[in-house]
Design a protein around this ligand. Structure first.
Ligand SMILES: Nc1ncnc2c1ncn2[C@@H]1O[C@H](COP(=O)(O)OP(=O)(O)O)[C@@H](O)[C@H]1O
Ligand SMILES: [Mg+2]
Length: 505
């Protein structure tokens, strides 16, 4: 099984207006090797512009170049005629199409190039489709093997495929064209982007996440980042298949969730924290009442008794904000069996520790951090952000008694996402919280027939977590053999490779 199996939306999710609307057709962009240099030199418009459309034309046709020039002129005119206010909610799709068609026809009438009726109709259709669709990124949206699309400017479009970031040859006509497409995408969810509100972060109807930033905030932009929604979330078996966890670790994690351990998932940006949280949550017994709290709903749980809460940013007058912390406080009054917080970023950490220490065990959350130790430091800082004047030692005591396990993830150079630490949170010793690694990623461990996913893999340290006694009290058994370090292995020495921090170069 591979990470890039067809699972991204774009393969025609029902009811998905944005990505499922057209025939799924594999992207025609040609990914270049990632190390071929970041920014490609800007190419002439004639070469870059309708590359996508041109590919559909027979190359020997001498008219192709002429028609392409006409298309380009008409397209530019249409975009400038439409203006930025056009894609408001006041227009429905038919009205929009009629209006675009009118402008296209007018532009064609003004054209000096002589064309047959058939040629003119062809130009009209392709311009209309482009203006009403998502332009040059449409094939990327449709391509199920692409998980993320990153537009860094009209001429710089990157994709993520199988965990690797690759530049593409896709480009927009110019900045206005990119603004047009960006405006259309955010307008789909009733949001608006312009000079006065130049940043938008939105969840599309199909669950995909879109972030857009306009210049001058986005230097050389607009920037547009689309994380496509995974139509079917990964399962624990998938994560074992990707070598993110070993079967032993998978067993331990499953037992910890069933036995109501409080688990903190940590890692850098896009290392797979939310995915891991989703997988862990799937082991919560279906007779429990689960409340999830997120900034934008990403978790996809299968259990039936789920209440999902989503925070709200302040409106344009700066009012009406509802924070994760507000929601968490409210959630405690909803008689939850489990509380899942999508990501801890601030003062909610304080309330979360309180909750974990007062009977809401089995709670799960994620935090942005570079190591398990760093994760605890972050929780400590965030707890202090709650605004109570607590002595640091008191906070650490809370942390030590609330948290049971830290599962740390990293994205390696080869693009794979791996659990690098499974660490038990122990008691206080002096002023520090003891951390015991139960499994760690060994970067020097070579690939062998038993571990084809190498080099580097997650190995047992030989320590049996104390947590297992508590799990046993709750009737959840863990096979002690999984904690035994493997022996008799032929190891190929490898240079030490530290995990990448974050993921963007
Ligand atoms: N173990 C994994 N193996 C391969 N891809 C993964 C894995 N976990 C997550 N992904 C993919 O990586 C991207 C980021 O995952 P996500 O869980 O949202 O990260 P985070 O919450 O850390 O930002 C998504 O496209 C997701 O499908
Ligand atoms: Mg996340």
């Amino acid at each position: 099984m591979t990470a890039d199996r067809a699972r991204w939306s774009g393969n025609g999710t029902a009811g998905n207006r944005l990505f499922g609307a057209k025939n799924a057709e594999p992207a025609r962009e040609e990914a270049e090797p990632a190390d071929s240099g970041a920014a490609r030199p800007s190419r002439g418009v004639g070469e870059s512009l309708y590359a996508r459309l041109r590919e559909g034309l027979p190359s020997a046709d001498p008219r192709a170049g002429v028609l392409e020039a006409v298309r380009e002129r008409v397209h530019r005119l249409v975009i400038s005629e439409l203006g930025p206010v056009f894609y408001g909610s006041q227009f429905d799709q038919d009205e929009l199409r009629a209006r675009v068609e009118r402008i296209v026809q007018a532009a064609l009438r003004a054209e000096k190039t002589t064309m047959s009726a058939l040629e003119a109709a062809g130009v009209a259709r392709s311009v209309t489709d482009d203006v009403l669709g998502y332009g040059p990124i449409e094939p990327l949206l449709q391509d199920p093997s692409i998980s993320e699309i990153m537009v860094n400017g009209p001429d710089r479009v990157y994709i993520e495929r199988s965990g690797k970031i690759l530049p593409t040859k896709v480009s927009f006509l110019d900045e206005a064209h990119l603004r047009h497409v960006t405006g259309r995408i955010v307008a789909e969810v009733g949001r608006h982007i312009d000079e006065s509100s130049p940043m938008v972060d939105a969840r599309l109807a199909d669950g995909s996440r879109v972030n857009a930033v306009y210049p001058p905030l986005a230097v050389g932009g607009p920037f547009l980042t689309i994380r496509k929604f995974a139509a079917e979330p990964f399962s624990l078996d998938d994560l074992v298949g990707f070598a993110t966890v070993t079967p032993q670790v998978a067993q331990l994690l499953q037992a910890c969730v069933q036995g109501r351990a409080n688990i903190l998932v940590s890692g850098g940006a896009s290392t797979g924290k939310t995915t891991m949280l989703n997988v862990l949550s799937s082991f919560i017994p279906s007779d429990e009442r689960i409340v999830t709290i997120e900034d934008a709903k990403e978790l996809q749980l299968r259990q039936r008794h789920i209440l999902s809460l989503e925070s709200r940013p302040p409106n344009t007058e700066g009012k009406g904000e509802v924070t994760i912390r507000d929601l968490l406080r409210n959630a405690l009054r909803m008689r939850p069996d489990r509380i899942i917080i999508g990501e801890c970023r601030s003062g909610e950490a304080f309330d979360m520790l309180q909750a974990m220490n007062t009977g809401h065990d089995g709670s799960l959350t994620t935090v942005h951090a570079n190591s398990p130790r760093d994760a605890l430091a972050r929780v400590e800082t965030m707890t202090l952000m709650a605004g109570f004047d607590l002595p640091v030692r008191a906070v650490r005591e809370q942390i030590s008694s609330a948290l049971d396990l830290v599962v740390h993830l990293a994205r390696l150079r080869d693009g794979t996402r791996r659990v690098t630490h499974v660490t038990e949170v122990g008691h206080m010793e002096g002023d520090t919280v003891l951390l015991q690694d139960v499994f760690v990623f060994d970067y020097r461990s070579g690939a062998s027939s038993a571990h084809p996913a190498g080099p580097g893999r997650l190995v047992a340290t030989g320590l049996r977590p104390r947590l297992t006694d508590r799990l046993a009290d709750r009737g959840v058994q863990v096979n002690p053999a999984i904690f035994e370090p493997e022996t008799g292995e032929v190891e190929r020495p490898r240079p030490h490779q530290p995990p990448q921090r974050g993921w963007r170069p």
